[in-house]
Write a protein that binds this ligand. Structure first.
Ligand code: M6R
Length: 364
């Protein structure tokens, strides 16, 4: 049942205010300013490092979480693609938390990586959407993301719920390790509880995204740029666009632009810059100027302040509400998803069942 939407993907994108609210409520019960984990939980005091393993969109959720665990909890994190990890057979040091992220909980490479870590890591934890899945069952602790059934092959609501749960887990790690003040914790919790309202405000910008998407649909190549927490999201935006619109898209950390990809820029190439007005914003402005100086078409996704400070010469803008810096990748997932969605609709592709892809990749 598509609930009146043309595609499951559209329905699932619009469900995000409620799915995120559900995930936040499950781990941050109302009336208590502390993280609650199921099934005896997890104590990070015995953990020295985290290894996160996943595929596709779930891998990008892990890359985002690396920033949170490292910045908030001062806990070193390695992130790996499951198909690389499993065959590289890396050493797993004592006091390592092995963390697997999977919507389906059945992805063959992720499951094999989990089995490799069993008996080696201190704890095996998974972040899954399907609680009865193989990955959930074989973990010491499974953390459900509460996204509900996701039908569209392109993952949307599962991604933002994965991010929400991973941020909450990083807050737990930060608290256990004494790395976060009570005030900072309270700020993060309040911001997470307010996130569904900001997601709704982002959804209000859908008409602007739809009209930009019609222009993107004419492009042959599109670049996505982001810094810090926005870098993994740039990767996710490029994946989403490729997957359903079949337009070639690539993402780079903005600072990498001048190390090669800037050679691709000309007046045919839209460059999507995801940049809330955070402490790295000035750096992103310099990167945009480098693109514009070569006639590249910058699509800036930012907040009011960022858009006004970016100045003239930007091709298109999409306006996001202002949120706590840590939460920006969750909020900015919305324009990444909606741009891909409307570009695909403009191109007339099969949005829910893109060619050559399966929802659950249970074979290598
Ligand atoms: O079920 P999983 O989360 O383990 O799936 C991982 C990837 O196959 C999945 O995220 C894929 O990249 C999506 N189609 C992306 O939209």
């Amino acid at each position: 049942d598509k609930a009146g939407f043309k595609h499951f993907m559209a329905k699932e994108i619009h469900e995000q205010p409620s799915t995120i609210a559900e995930a936040v409520r499950a781990y941050l019960p109302v009336g208590d300013d502390a993280v609650t984990l199921p099934d005896g939980g997890l104590d990070f005091t015995g953990i020295d490092r985290v290894v996160m393993v996943a595929c596709g969109t779930a891998y990008y959720a892990c890359l985002t979480a690396k920033y949170w665990f490292e910045q908030l909890a001062r806990l070193p994190v390695e992130v790996d693609i499951a198909s690389e990890f499993r065959y590289r057979e890396p050493p797993v040091a004592a006091r390592t938390l092995a963390l697997f992220v999977s919507q389906s909980g059945e992805t063959a490479d992720t499951l094999a990586a989990l089995r490799y870590c069993a008996g080696k890591a201190e704890r095996i934890v998974s972040v899954v959407n399907v609680p009865e899945s193989s990955i959930a069952r074989e973990s010491d602790l499974a953390l459900p993301i509460h996204a509900g059934v996701e039908i569209g092959v392109a993952s949307t609501k599962a991604f933002t719920c994965q991010l929400s749960v991973l941020l909450i887990l990083a807050l737990k790690a930060a608290t256990d390790r004494g790395a976060l003040t009570a005030d900072d914790l309270a700020d993060h919790i309040a911001a997470l509880r307010g996130l569904p309202a900001s997601i709704n405000a982002a959804l209000d910008q859908e008409p602007a995204m739809e009209s930009v998407a019609k222009r993107l649909a004419e492009a042959r190549d599109i670049l996505f740029l982001g810094r810090g927490l926005m870098y993994p999201l740039a990767l996710e935006g490029a994946l989403k666009l490729k997957e359903i619109s079949y337009i070639h898209a690539e993402a780079y950390a903005s600072g990498e632009l001048k190390h090669g990809p800037i050679a691709l820029i000309d007046n045919q190439v839209p460059v999507v810059v995801m940049a809330p007005r955070d402490e790295l914003f000035d750096k992103s402005v310099s990167n945009m100027q480098e693109v514009m100086a070569r006639e590249g078409k910058v699509l800036l996704i930012s907040d009011d302040k960022g858009i006004s400070e970016a100045g003239d010469g930007v091709w298109q803008t999409i306006r996001m509400p202002r949120v706590h810096d840590s939460l920006a990748p969750i909020l900015y997932a919305l324009p990444a998803q909606l741009l891909a969605y409307h570009t695909a609709v403009a191109k007339g592709t099969d949005v829910d069942q893109p060619r050559n892809l399966a929802k659950s990749v249970t074979v290598e």
